[in-house]
Design a protein around this ligand. Sequence first.
Ligand code: C2O
Length: 361
Amino acid sequence: APDITSICKDASAGIRNQDAAVRTRKCCPPSLGKTIKPFVFPKEKTVRMRWPAHAGTKEQVEKYRAAIQAMRDLPEDHPHSFNSQAKIHCAYCNGGYTQVESNFPDIDIQIHNSWLFFPFHRWYLYFYERILGKLINDPTFALPYWKWDEPKGMPIPEMFVAEKINGKANPLYDGYRNAAHVQDRLVDLDYDGTDKDIPDQTQVACNLSTVYRDLVRNGVDTISFFGGEYVAGDSPVANNDPSVGSVEAGSHTAVHRWVGDPTQPNGEDMGNFYSAGYDPSFYIHHSNVDRMWKLWKELGRDYPGHVEPTEPDWLNASYVFYDENEDLVRVYNKDCVDLGKLKYNFIENSKEVFPWRKSRP
Ligand code: C2O
């Protein structure tokens, strides 16, 4: 990625219906005249433990809500504002940036549909989580994750559904969602745009086999799980390319489509890259997608192909983000492989880990 504050243009790639777009296509980050610093690993001892969104304690839910509210209350042009955070996704995914400026000034960056998918989103959420924690002065703050791989976690988490809480706007609510899906329906991890109308029990079984498919059957080795190589000089990869990684092409995209509102011109919000970040559920969905990477790696005990890429083109690919101190930092794929160093992890309920392991389709 280039210096994102100097090389940036309006987003257009992948937005079918630009004139009717309900969110702005001006996705460039605020440029505060900062120079890009190298990333430094967090020094704190505490590990932020991400929690399953359907099973949060009252305290966890309230803190999370307060943090998102604080983000929404920031002035729009603050790099930590709700909209600035949403625009990160738009800029990296809908042609806001071109590649390493001196060499490929005419080729857009698209971090999807390739092996940049997992590391880019890991870094994106890493900073998002730390920014939220800072906004409420809680160095232990951790994001929830939408645990759609466990039966009880399959509906959109309840805290996202109500438009108002005690008469005030619910900061986790988003009006641009498929209204028929958010009320008490189980997500369809294999959603292709058509509702299946099957009993919940059948949907649960289908979802568990989809997770098995994405993590085991279709994700047997590095490239099939992460996605194909995409290096400087390559044009953006299309989403129907066979090299798209198993989780990205499968459960990940299905959830985006399932949540987005099909009556909006571009499936806003979750149904298009440029608008997805405006729905708070985007970040908890990706928190679970990030967890899939962790689980896949743990499955490496049984499946020897489960290892991260080791090619220098992958290790040294980089992105630029505003960190929790409003500094611009450049981060590399190679520095996000070890969760221990990033000081966060996921609370797992030992009884329920991998309920889909027995769900070989
Ligand atoms: Cu960057 Cu779920 O998309």
